[in-house]
Design a protein around this ligand. Structure first.
Ligand code: GAP
Length: 433
């Protein structure tokens, strides 16, 4: 296995920012710490990851229903889920500089020369706000710290409207918010991030079987994105690190430039959430199995991934540098074709109008099925370099011969091999990939 590489972190952050994947939020005002905006390429990449997530969880073995639930729910949801009481991190304060840290943060040692800290206090990570014009206890609401509760509180709605049969899953994707005490490491830990979560409802006797199923399936999914296999591992939580709702949790970890860390958590939440919502709402959340004539509260197996964190792990994993024959180094993101923000770059050899016209014609045809870009700025060498850097798998070059023979050159990002192909055959070429 390769050793962690701290230099890689700086390189990936730099390219992400300079090439339009991720920008510092509020940058024209000096930025807002640990808040990020996704630029044109980052927004596309996020969308592509999300599409592959939906595609992979829908298959013949499992019945998964999508939902898209509100960020602001009734405060009763967070009382019942335990987040108001339990969703806390231990926080310490430096008695000299008054900076606050998570008590396990490595930043404590860098804070100031006085190492005297207060006793740890529990700090609730939920962002608070008020719904409506009156600010009081009754109008206080919270931004969701996980998308999962939107699923539990809609369990009965989905069951009834979709006539769902156990086992089945409900999947939710979207923004979550945590007032992290020490956010950092670029988009790894931010206060606003995106999650992709499934609650898979099953019989209690089948919990272990479905837990194993999802661990395997989710691990395979990360590999299918092109994330290096030797940079992924499973780690089961110790008893003392389990979240308040979990019977068992297995993390899929990624080898970040600073070491192993969480990428996704797969938890057995048992019947904790549905039972608690049933008790506190007074609504019947049981499932009726008409075949066996039994009524029960199902267990929930929860694969909980981070969309923005996956995007970060992917950038780190597919980043590459290659020495060229002329001793220059090219840098590239080796995205798989489905994920690449731009799949096909279309480049005229020079800025001549008749070459650009052919590029635009090709773009019209290919952009119906692929993410394409006509790139005319700078020299052809610089444009190839940029397309490599943003991870474009194929470039089509239109040159002066194209005017004569109606053919173009296709350049493969990974091998840099070029082949000549008739413009009429382009659609067929990409269909076959
Ligand atoms: N519903 C369970 C749950 O939320 P979690 O392990 O706290 O579990 C799931 O979060 C995933 O969400 C994590 O594995 C990570 O990918 C992502 N995530 C959590 N906190 C994050 C943060 N502050 N910034 C970015 N991603 C985060």
């Amino acid at each position: 296995m390769e050793t962690p590489d701290k230099e890689l972190f700086d390189k990936v952050v730099k390219i992400s920012q300079s090439r339009g994947f991720v920008f510092n939020a509020s940058s024209i005002y000096g930025g807002l710490r640990s808040s990020y905006d996704y630029g044109p390429l980052g927004a596309l990449l996020k969308q592509n990851i999300s599409n592959l997530w939906w595609k992979s969880i829908k298959n013949a073995d499992t019945n998964i229903y999508p939902v898209d639930t509100a960020i602001i729910q009734s405060s009763d949801v967070w009382k019942s889920s335990g987040h108001l009481e339990e969703f806390t991190d231990p926080m310490v304060e430096c008695k000299k500089c008054n900076k606050r840290f998570r008590s396990d943060s490595e930043e404590i040692t860098e804070c100031c020369d006085n190492q005297e800290l207060t006793e740890p206090k529990q700090f609730n990570l939920m962002f608070e706000t008020y719904s409506g014009p009156v600010k009081n206890e009754n109008s206080q609401v919270f931004l969701r710290p996980e998308t999962a509760q939107g699923i539990f509180i809609n369990f009965e709605n989905v069951l009834r409207t979709m006539r769902a049969k156990i086992p089945f899953g409900i999947a939710n994707i979207g923004k979550s918010f945590r007032n992290e005490i020490t956010p950092g490491q670029f988009i790894f830990r931010t206060r606003e991030f995106e999650q992709m979560e499934i609650e898979f409802f099953c019989k209690e006797s089948e919990e272990d079987q479905w837990m194993d199923y999802w661990i395997k399936k989710r691990m395979e999914w990360y590999q299918s994105l092109g994330i290096k296999e030797d940079h992924l591992q499973l780690r089961e939580h110790e008893e003392n690190e389990l979240a308040h709702y979990a019977k068992k949790t297995v993390d899929i970890e990624y080898l970040y430039p600073w070491g192993w860390g969480e990428l996704e958590g797969i938890a057995n939440r048992g019947s904790y959430d549905l039972l608690s919502h049933q008790e506190n709402s007074g609504k019947d959340l049981t499932y009726f199995d008409s075949v066996n004539d039994e009524k029960y509260i199902p267990s929930a197996i929860e694969p909980a991934g981070g969309l923005t964190r996956t995007l970060f792990a992917l950038l780190l994993s597919v980043y590459d540098e290659e020495k060229l024959e002329n001793d220059e180094t090219r840098t590239l993101f080796r995205f798989i074709f489905e994920l690449a923000p731009i799949q096909i770059g279309i480049l005229p050899l020079s800025k001549k109008d008749d070459l650009i016209e052919i590029c635009n014609d090709i773009n019209k045809i290919l952009s119906e099925d692929y993410r394409t870009e006509v790139d005319i700025t700078q020299s052809i060498g610089k444009r190839y370099r940029r397309q490599d850097e943003i991870g474009t798998p194929y470039c089509i070059t239109v040159d002066f011969e194209s005017l004569e023979d109606n053919s173009v050159t296709i350049r493969d990002r990974d091998t840099m091999k070029q082949e000549r192909i008739s413009i009429d055959k382009l659609s067929e070429y990409f269909e076959k990939l």
